[in-house]
Structures are given as structure tokens and as C-alpha cells.
Ligand binder design. Structure first.
Ligand code: COA
Length: 177
């Protein structure tokens, strides 16, 4: 059974290892989410440790999807910290493990993080995605508005550079930040 939960406290060691594997799987599959080469296990563990610390400081939201208690995907929102930015967040690192794709989990993660963000009082989400990626279709399907694209924004594994597309979506706030 698919469950999507916001992670607010440190995960079990098992879930932590699955998050490490999720990141490595995504980058190995060619995802443009910050790495050109797949991170080593140590690098991936350090990455998630920093994410979880930021979650603990209230700077990030992290939602994890599990299928029968096994991690299938995750998504984050980096929360605006400046006084004039507390109503907005940046959707980052949407990942669904390659074994769980094309079942609607990506779309469900976006729906869930929008709901959680609105409940915190956020009224605006922004994001960027490598132009033409499957994720771009997903964001459009979820109602994100295209702003424009920036050529040469992302370095690719082949050594070239790819454009990125910028999107936003307004949320109807359902709670207080
Ligand atoms: C982008 C990503 C998160 C999508 O995850 P996903 O769980 O496969 O997403 P969904 O299942 O919601 O949608 C993907 C496709 O499956 C289709 N789909 C959804 N449910 C389906 C089902 N039950 N049966 C068949 N197809 C289905 C969707 O219509 C969509 O099709 P399209 O791409 O042709 O329009 C995933 O491919 C991924 O992790 N990529 C690597 C990381 C990455 O690039 N992240 C983006 C960072 S900006």
C-alpha cells in the first residue's frame, strides 16, 4: 500500500539507507538533480544527513512515499527564510525509484507536498527542471505555470550543458506558516 508522509523526525536506519539508494538510483538513471556522476554511498549519506538537519531546523520539508513500508520516492520543499519570502518555497529533488515509476507516485508526491506546504501557510511554489525531462511533463500536468527557460544552466554527464525550465504554482493557503 502506498503511503506518503512528511518526515519530521529522524528516519529509521532502514529508511535512511533506502533514501541513500533512492538518490543513487536517480542520478545513475540520468536525473539532473545536482550531481553529474552518481554520489558515493558516503556522499549520499552526508547529503541526507544535511537534509534531515535542515528539516530539523525548519528550513526544509521532506515527504517520503513508501510502498508496503519500502521507500519508493521523496520530494522536498526548501522554505523561504528571508522576511519577504516566508510565503514561498522551492520544490526540489522529486525522485521516484526506477522500480516504482509510471504508477502515479510522482504526481501523488507533488499533490501531497502542495497540501503540506499550503497547511504551513505557503502560497507560492517555484521550481526548475531540466527542459524536456519527464518531470517537466509531470509538473505541467500538475498545473505548474511555465515562466521561461535558461540555456546552458545545467552541466550534463556528457560534459555538455542543458537548458532548465522555470515554473511556479500558486497555492491556496490552508494554514499558518
Ligand atoms: C520524474 C519522476 C519523479 C516521475 O515519477 P513517476 O512516479 O514515474 O511519475 P508519475 O507516475 O506520476 O508520471 C509519470 C508517467 O507515468 C504515467 N502514469 C501514471 N500512472 C500510471 C499508471 N498507473 N499506468 C501507466 N502510466 C502511468 C503518467 O501519465 C506519466 O506519463 P508521461 O510522462 O508520459 O506524461 C521520475 O521519473 C524520477 O524520479 N525521475 C528522476 C528524478 C528527476 O528527474 N526528478 C525531477 C527533478 S526536477
Amino acid at each position: 500500500m502506498l503511503e506518503i508522509k512528511e518526515l519530521k523526525s529522524p528516519p529509521s536506519l532502514e529508511l535512511f539507507s533506502e533514501l541513500v539508494e533512492l538518490l543513487q538510483d536517480a542520478v545513475a538513471g540520468g536525473a539532473s538533480i545536482g550531481w553529474v556522476q552518481p554520489p558515493s554511498t558516503k556522499e549520499a549519506r552526508n547529503y541526507w544527513t544535511e537534509v534531515l538537519e535542515a528539516v530539523g531546523r525548519g528550513e526544509r520539508m521532506l515527504l517520503v512515499a513508501t510502498d508496503n513500508h519500502v521507500c519508493a520516492g521523496a520530494v522536498q520543499v526548501l522554505l523561504g527564510q528571508k522576511q519577504n519570502a516566508r510565503h514561498r518555497g522551492e520544490v526540489q529533488k522529486l525522485m521516484v525509484h526506477s522500480q516504482y515509476r509510471r504508477r502515479g507516485i510522482g504526481q501523488a508526491l507533488i499533490g501531497a507536498i502542495e497540501k503540506a506546504a499550503a497547511a504551513r501557510g505557503l502560497t507560492l511554489l517555484v521550481l526548475d527542471v531540466r527542459s524536456g525531462d519527464e518531470a517537466e511533463r509531470l509538473y505541467r500536468r500538475c498545473g505548474y505555470e511555465f515562466v521561461g527557460s535558461i540555456p546552458g544552466f545545467l552541466q550534463s554527464a556528457g560534459g555538455g550543458f542543458d537548458p532548465t525550465s522555470i515554473y511556479y504554482r500558486r497555492l491556496a493557503a490552508s494554514g499558518q506558516a
